[in-house]
Design a protein. Structure first.
Length: 132
């Protein structure tokens, strides 16, 4: 009977679980991590590839996690079980759009809004719909 139960309680080894990210490069700080592992695997996040500063981001039955609100930087993720890595590490680089690009997009939008408003409010004399 011990032989039948041993596969159920054997610890996962590195690479035994698959961890993937929806993107390797995020320009808005939002991405999703998905994995396949046992229920007691924890998702860790670190700013260093060696995971010296790792913190548990999630532990539970779900198999995906939406990550948002991350500032610029490279974030490293792995699955662990009782402190041991059970998946290969995945890295996601976050690099938000710069302020100049955001302001340019806003300016173009404001111009289009203004031009549309002028066109809608200025009805030509004797134009379409005039009785005569």
């Amino acid at each position: 009977m011990g032989l039948l139960l041993s596969p159920l309680v054997a610890p996962l080894s590195a690479g035994a679980a698959e961890l993937s990210a929806s993107t390797a490069h995020s320009t808005d700080g939002v991405y999703q991590l998905r994995w396949s592992a046992s229920e007691d695997a924890a998702l860790e996040e670190a700013s260093e590839p060696g995971f010296a500063d790792a913190r548990t981001l999630y532990e539970g039955p779900d198999r995906a996690r939406l990550v948002s609100g991350r500032p610029d930087g490279t974030y490293h993720y792995r699955l662990t079980r009782r402190g041991d890595a059970v998946s290969d590490a995945v890295a996601v680089e976050v690099a938000h759009h710069d302020l100049a690009r955001a302001l340019l997009t806003f300016a173009v939008g404001a111009f289009v809004f203004g031009a549309t408003t002028v066109l809608v409010l200025s009805k030509p004399e004797g134009g379409a719909g005039a009785d005569g």
